[in-house]
Design a protein around this ligand. Structure first.
Ligand code: NAP
Length: 304
């Protein structure tokens, strides 16, 4: 694979950034990779494992001369980081991000960026419940979708970023930012909230959780606990920044749940059977599309 960007800067050195680092190394798509994280602990951990070619002590130093700058911090921190790096960006550079929410990130980041840079927001639909610089692996993005929400961004810059994510193994598509947020509310954000809730309910039932939940954990609950182990800061920011779409989906979820509750109470087996038959078909569609749990995604950890 040939070099796509001479210099790539990653701001934030956690799970996604570290996976990008290893992915870039494996694919040979970046001449040099610089990185920055706010805490010296994270920077030192990154240095120890040789994560980037250079781990810098300031965001300004990391982005200096970079052709591609990717913001890999929690959604709620994107605006402040964009403001900090803006005066140091190279003219003609592409700025992107990996945030799980797109409209709020665009609104927070775009106003800070100089006109001479191209802003192409992105969201790789890949991740595990792990976080931090030592949790990444090059194959994370293989056969996973990466959604770009370029709005009015320069087409050449967008095409180059597409090529970059494809080189890391992703399937790439473009989407309107609001539509992205609604789709992700259904496929990722609401399911995470449900997992958090289910684990919280079990925890409230102290007499069950003391021993039995851990000892006899069935796959359904085990999957919930893995998802509910996802980073609290990341997920707090996702819900605060994708409020409308998440609330819309949770409203629909609650209505369906009540209907299933009524069917159970009334012994309406046909309703339950029909419902589960419909949902089983959705699962088959996901498997046929190659987006099943064998890949490092929801089943392996879940956050996106
Ligand atoms: P992570 O492993 O927790 O790493 C987060 C990084 O952001 C760390 O380097 C951290 O620095 C830095 N950071 C945290 N709060 C910050 C703040 N207020 N200001 C500046 N830097 C801050 O997170 P991640 O899983 O890589 O997630 C990063 C982004 O990717 C998020 O926007 C998330 O929505 C998105 N995303 C995540 C997944 C996933 O499954 N994990 C999937 C797709 C997209 P320190 O270590 O120095 O504290």
């Amino acid at each position: 694979m040939s070099v796509i960007y001479d210099r790539v800067a990653l701001i934030g050195l956690g799970h996604i950034a570290s996976s990008m680092c290893w992915g870039m190394k494996a694919a040979g798509v970046a001449g040099e990779v610089t990185g920055y994280a706010r805490s010296s602990d994270t920077r030192n951990a990154a240095r120890e494992i040789g994560l980037c070619d250079r781990v810098c002590d300031s965001a300004a130093a990391a982005v200096e001369g970079a052709d591609l700058v990717v913001l890999c911090v929690p959604v709620g921190a994107m605006g402040a980081v964009a403001k900090e790096i803006a005066p140091h960006l190279k003219s003609g550079a592409t700025v992107s991000d990996v945030g799980s929410v797109k409209r709020a990130v665009i609104d927070a980041v775009a106003p800070h960026l100089p006109e001479a840079v191209h802003f192409v927001p992105a969201h790789p639909l890949a991740g595990t419940e792990q976080s931090g610089p030592t949790s990444g692996f090059a194959e994370l993005f293989h056969n996973r979708w990466c959604l770009l929400t370029p709005e009015a961004a320069d087409r050449t810059a967008t095409a180059k970023l597409r090529q970059f994510w494809e080189a890391l193994g992703s399937n790439v598509d473009e989407m309107d930012a609001d539509h992205h947020d609604l789709v992700l509310a259904v496929t990722s954000h609401a399911p995470h909230l449900i997992a958090y809730t289910m684990v919280g309910v079990a925890d409230d039932l102290q007499r069950v959780t003391e021993n039995e939940v851990i000892q006899f954990s069935a796959t359904g609950f085990r999957d919930f606990t893995r998802i509910a182990a996802s980073d609290p800061t990341m997920w707090r920011d996702v819900f605060l920044n994708n409020k409308d779409a998440t609330l819309e989906i949770l409203g629909r979820f609650t209505e369906e749940l009540f209907a299933l509750q009524r069917a159970i109470r009334q012994g309406d087996g046909d309703h339950l059977h029909d419902y589960f038959t419909r949902t089983r078909a959705i699962r088959r569609g996901i498997v046929e599309a190659g987006q099943d749990t064998a890949a490092p995604n929801f089943g392996r950890g879940g956050p996106e």
